[in-house]
Design a protein around this ligand. Structure first.
Ligand SMILES: [Zn+2]
Ligand SMILES: [Zn+2]
Length: 279
């Protein structure tokens, strides 16, 4: 399995020399397997470049799974070029009931003047919507979901293929009880023994004291979940828009010191835009 991170920034895209290494595009993750299968997680601004690649590769299908529909996870959709490509098939998978039909309620809203000049009728690809919660096999992957702890809800994914497992939990506040969330023990079970856990790490513990209830975790909370789940690697994700490269480095360093102190067999890194991780 190979995972490519097209965006790892949270809340709003940023740019500037201070963000050069971790990048400024918002959430979009591509997951490929050895049998040629490919799925996409979220459509933040990072999906724009991925769309260009799909057209270069002459792909004809994209399966996009949404964690939730906050702006930073959908704002790249109107700039996803395969949408305008006749014969291209785009399958959208969203959490049922809680957020409505992504196709009707969100997707078409994005293409509505005066917010965007292109009418939805200009979308020439074949767009399908499917509700998904629970377990699904698609493109050679097995996907399972868990409810996130986040305002307006959302879901995380456990993705397995050929004996490797990747768990993706972004926009997940472990330290606060949001409606519909799972318990800490359920998150531990969900991530158990994964080869890679990528988790929301928006805040430092000091920042979190003023941001409790905002829907995001600290790097230490992510590390505690990774340790309790006995995952092999932890990727810190959803970097705060005000955190420069040195700030992310510092966060990773704090986690590594804690891991070393506790003598855990856990590797920790900050997820950067353009990073490819092979499991
Ligand atoms: Zn977000
Ligand atoms: Zn969110």
């Amino acid at each position: 399995m190979e995972i490519v991170f097209w965006g790892s920034r949270g809340s709003v895209p940023v740019c500037g020399p201070e963000y050069a290494r971790y990048g400024g595009e918002t959430t979009c993750v591509e997951v490929r397997n050895s049998s040629g299968g490919r799925i996409i997680l979220d459509a933040g601004t990072g999906i724009r470049r991925l769309g260009t690649l799909l057209l270069q590769e002459e792909s004809a299908q994209a399966d996009i799974f949404f964690t939730h529909t906050h702006w930073d996870h959908i704002m790249g959709l109107p700039f996803f070029q395969p949408l305008y490509q006749p014969g291209f098939s785009i399958n959208l998978y969203g959490q049922p009931r809680l957020q409505g039909d992504i196709h009707k309620l969100v997707f078409k809203e994005l293409f509505r003047p005066p917010h965007f000049p292109v009418q939805y009728s200009r979308v020439m690809s074949d767009v399908n919507y499917q509700e998904f919660q629970g377990r699904l096999e698609v493109q050679g992957f097995c996907l399972e979901t868990i409810s996130l702890s986040h305002p307006n809800l959302g879901q995380g994914f456990r993705i397995s293929s050929s004996g490797r497992t990747f768990v993706f939990l972004t926009d997940n506040e472990l330290g606060h009880f949001h409606r519909g969330r799972a318990s800490f023990e359920e998150y531990v079970r969900f991530a158990r023994d994964a080869d890679l856990l990528v988790h929301d790490s928006e805040f430092t513990p000091a920042e979190y004291r003023k941001k409790k209830g905002w829907g995001h975790s600290t790097c230490m909370q992510a590390m505690e979940l990774a340790a309790a789940s006995r995952v092999k690697r932890l990727g810190l994700f959803h970097h705060n828009q005000d955190r420069n490269d040195e700030g992310v480095d510092l966060m990773v360093q704090q986690c590594v010191e804690e891991i070393t102190g506790k003598q855990l067999a856990l590797e920790c890194f900050g997820v950067f835009q353009g990073q490819a991780v092979r499991l």
